[in-house]
Write a protein that binds this ligand. Structure first.
Ligand code: FAD
Ligand code: EPU
Length: 343
């Protein structure tokens, strides 16, 4: 048997928050056959199974029973489509940012605004990753997956993925039930730069290439977001709350400078970072955890903390925002293990 199952495997450096975690068993299948073997073994043995990507959107417990599967299938290839369109097939273990830059370097449009989002391609559909005015849903054609319970393969088209803001079917009906093995994306040799978010337009020339846009996005992100290699974090800790237009108008009557983005359905997306910032919490530290001093939506871990401590810290932030603005904040990263499913 070619499959190597590691026992008592340390995941502390495999999650960007840097929470100490040991997995009872760990496997990183490099082929579809190895993945099938790992899933069959877990099924036969009745092991709970966690699928791990780059660990950049997870809150891990100190110990994880069962099996952690980190797909290490790392091929990607291009297929000509009609007109200027090009189809990208990418396996789950490819690092998202490396794919974005490889496509941008080839002059292909579509993913450039999503540069420098940490993690692996297999996780991108889970929360429909988005940044700088673009979401994965706009470029995704299909998701190939394997079901954990019976090893059956399936292909979902974009419609079946039920994408929304930081949301998909993989957080609901299919939560914890599938391994995504491959994405099919659609990019183009011709494209319009999307520079409407923040000061992106100011950072590039008149007719930027996809690579120039990607590099500008990287520059903005490096200014605001902490590098997980230096300071533990999971990006935005809360989703931006979506409220009715009336509620947004009432809040803006009291806080005229409050940012808000109108959505197609008439509701308004508020900026959780602004709400937290306005509670005076930017830079606030309590023991091992702190609110990042350049982006209040990002909670950072200075080391020595655990999931319970992080959740308590986050709850105290959400409470203050609720008290001041009567707006509820919902957690973005997935809490694994005890309490999973609660927000
Ligand atoms: P993990 O954290 O390993 O897993 C996340 C979830 O996906 C888990 O539920 C896991 O079980 C599941 N999963 C992982 N791989 C698979 C698979 N192959 N099949 C089935 N399920 C799977 N997100 C954004 O949307 N926009 C941003 O701008 C952004 N910026 C960030 C900046 C920083 C500094 C950090 C640390 C995070 C940021 N994030 C952002 C969040 C994160 O990068 C994304 O959610 C990313 O897609 C997570 O990928 P991952 O491989 O690390 O997933
Ligand atoms: N703001 C403040 N103070 C802060 C932080 C933000 O006033 O401390 C204000 C900003 O000035 C701006 C607004 O809030 O007016 C929005 O801030 P920003 O542009 O930094 O984006 P965000 O809404 O905080 C979202 C995503 C990020 C994504 C960026 C860029 C969510 C939960 N977060 O952040 O995604 O990179 O937009 O598109 O939607 C992630 O999901 O992990 C993530 C980092």
């Amino acid at each position: 048997m070619s499959l190597t199952v590691l026992a008592d495997h340390d995941l502390t450096s495999a999650n960007t928050l840097g929470l100490a975690c040991r997995a009872e068993r760990f496997v990183a299948p490099r082929s579809a056959a190895e993945l099938g073997e790992a899933l069959a073994l877990a099924c036969r043995s009745g092991w709970p199974t966690l699928v791990l990507g780059g660990g950049s959107n997870l809150i891990l417990p100190a110990t994880l029973p069962g099996l952690v599967v980190q797909p290490a299938l790392r091929a990607w290839w291009l297929e000509e489509a009609e007109g200027d369109a090009v189809r990208v097939h990418v396996e789950a273990g490819v690092v998202w940012h490396e794919l974005v830059m490889a496509l941008a370097e080839r002059g292909l449009w579509g993913l450039e605004n999503l540069a420098l989002i940490p993690g692996h391609c297999g996780a991108a559909p889970i929360q429909n990753i988005g940044a700088y005015g673009v979401e994965l849903a706009e470029v995704l054609e299909a998701v190939h997956l394997v079901r954990l319970d019976d090893g059956r393969e399936a292909v979902l088209d974009a419609q079946a993925c039920g994408f929304g803001y930081r949301d998909s079917v993989f957080k609901h009906a299919l939560a914890g039930r599938v391994v995504i093995t491959r994405l099919v994306l659609r990019v183009s040799r011709r494209g319009e730069p999307r520079l409407g978010y923040g000061d992106l337009a100011r950072r590039v020339g008149a007719s930027p290439t996809p690579l120039e846009v990607a590099e500008a996005v990287c520059a903005v992100r490096r200014e605001k977001l902490p590098d997980p290699a230096v300071l533990g974090n999971a990006g935005s800790f809360f989703k931006n709350p979506v409220v009715s237009a009336e509620r947004a108008a009432a809040l803006r009557a009291v806080h005229p400078d409050m940012p808000g983005y109108p959505l197609a359905d008439g509701r308004t997306k508020l900026a959780a970072g602004w709400l937290i910032d306005r509670c005076g919490l930017k830079g606030w530290r309590d023991g091992p955890f702190a609110v990042h001093d350049r982006q209040a939506l990002v909670l950072v871990h200075h080391g020595g903390g655990d999931a319970a401590g992080l959740l308590a810290f986050a709850a105290s932030i959400a409470e203050r925002v609720e008290r001041r603005f009567a707006v509820a904040l919902e957690r973005e990263p997935r809490l694994v293990g005890e309490g999973e499913g609660e927000t």
